[in-house]
Design a protein around this ligand. Structure first.
Ligand SMILES: Cc1cc2nc3c(=O)[nH]c(=O)nc-3n(C[C@H](O)[C@H](O)[C@H](O)COP(=O)(O)OP(=O)(O)OC[C@H]3O[C@@H](n4cnc5c(N)ncnc54)[C@H](O)[C@@H]3O)c2cc1C
Length: 398
């Protein structure tokens, strides 16, 4: 049976998050966009009401519809997606920890990512390097066995929460010749000698989100910081060296399919913010003796903006449901939802600027910021081109 209606409980939950976004996020969004500071006070408020917590993810994991995270992320992004990343950016390192670590490792490190409501902390997931973005197999941060532990050397770039997180989940190579099959995932705790923040990036959009390099110089970590443990890594490397194929979808790809709808949900939040604002403006603004919404050229733009936003949301909800219910992703439906969300957010925010005319282009109105914020959704967590590659490969494999 297919049911598109949200339950009363889901509607209540969405309203609760929306009110938080309206009260605590939207009013301060321009300020953080301007200063590029990390929105600690907002994250703290989110932690106090339980929106930023381990418990939120545990509850979302139990929600059979799979929609809880998607609903929350859309509403928060409606408020400001830069601040939204401050609140939900820890979800990605948490997924990496849960996907690669043992239950004991998850129990040890996940609470450190969140801290307490009085003193919230962050997590970061570091894969990208200067010469390895889309092509992750080329990453060169090395991990070598030393003194019953691991010695890490290398620099990661563009890391969300990089250097300000208490817990960094880092992908490094143990054997570069084996590409991604020679890679392992490690966890690095706060104040580890040899680990430091590099350059903080200045950005076009999502400026409340912190993006930095992280540098590892002879950074030694104990053996137990290898996620999944020694035996699992040894077996993986052995299989890769003997040229053996696993025959099933790689764990990393499956994790991406499950996390990409969450990226799509944030993009939907920006798109909705933009078309709602443009609609209200178009009802007020008069030209040639009538509200501009009565000019068909503007009315049709609004129709397309609402249509595309709904289409993107439906893809996000479908993929969220598939992820929660252990469905395979035969057509890479997770990637589809992220691709559609990002491209819709860019188009809808562009049209919102057009509808506001000159007022769309200046900072007194929020739509120029939404357009700047939207673009990242076609770039991070797999560019639009990479999503198309993943989808087309899934189709070709059928
Ligand atoms: C604000 C921000 C936050 C980020 N946060 C994180 C984070 O927390 N952790 C992390 O690890 N990384 C993070 N990233 C990195 C991000 O995931 C990468 O920038 C992204 O994957 C693209 O890699 P690249 O920049 O090296 O581009 P490249 O891989 O160099 O791509 C350049 C262009 O070539 C295209 N291209 C590449 N390969 C192909 C192909 N095979 N076919 C067709 N086209 C192709 C791309 O689509 C793109 O248009 C972040 C980036 C930004 C900007």
């Amino acid at each position: 049976m297919v049911n598109f209606a949200l339950t009363e409980e889901q509607q209540e939950f969405r309203k609760w998050v929306h009110e938080f976004a309206e009260r605590e996020i939207r009013p301060v969004a321009p300020q953080y966009d301007e200063t590029e500071e990390f929105p600690w006070p907002v994250v703290k408020k989110a932690a106090e009401i339980g929106l930023y917590s381990m418990d939120f993810y545990l509850q979302a994991g139990q929600d059979e519809s799979g929609l809880m995270s998607a609903l929350a992320l859309e509403e928060v992004a409606w408020g400001c997606t830069g601040i939204g990343l401050g609140i939900f950016g820890t979800g990605l390192p948490l997924a990496a920890l849960a996907g690669n670590g043992t239950p004991e490792q998850l129990k040890e490190w996940a609470p450190k990512m969140f801290g307490t409501p009085e003193d919230p902390r962050l997590g970061a997931f570091a894969v990208t390097e200067a010469d390895a973005g889309s092509d992750v197999s080329k990453l060169r941060t090395s991990a070598k066995r030393e003194r019953d532990g691991w010695l890490l050397n290398g620099t990661k770039v563009f890391i969300t929460n990089g250097g300000i997180a208490d817990v960094h989940v880092v992908v490094a190579t143990v054997d570069p010749a084996l590409g991604h099959r020679g890679q392992a995932t490690f966890v690095i705790g706060k104040d580890t000698p040899g680990f430091r923040e590099g350059k903080k990036e200045r950005k076009l959009g999502i400026r409340a989100s912190h993006t930095s390099e992280i540098v590892m110089e002879d950074c030694w970590i104990p053996a137990e910081n290898l996620l999944g443990g020694d035996e699992k890594l040894a077996a993986k490397i052995e299989r890769a060296r003997s040229g053996q194929k696993t025959g099933k979808t790689s764990g990393a790809l499956a994790t991406f399919e499950a996390t990409r709808p969450m990226v799509g949900a944030q993009a939907v939040g920006i798109a909705r913010a933009a078309w709602e604002f443009a609609r209200d403006y178009a009802k007020e603004r008069q030209t040639f003796g009538r509200p501009i919404i009565e000019h068909q050229a503007i009315a049709f733009k609004l129709a397309d903006m609402a249509l595309e936003t709904d289409a993107a949301r439906l893809l996000v909800w479908r993929a969220s449901w598939m992820a929660r219910n252990g469905q395979p992703f035969p057509h890479a439906e997770g990637s589809m939802s992220k691709l559609k969300g990002g491209e819709v957010a860019v188009r809808v925010t562009d049209e919102a600027i057009q509808i506001l005319g000159g007022y769309g282009y200046i900072k007194d109105f929020p739509v120029e910021k939404w357009h700047r914020d939207a673009k990242i959704f076609c770039i991070f967590e797999g560019t639009s081109e990479i999503q198309r590659l993943v989808i087309s490969r899934a189709l070709a494999a059928e």
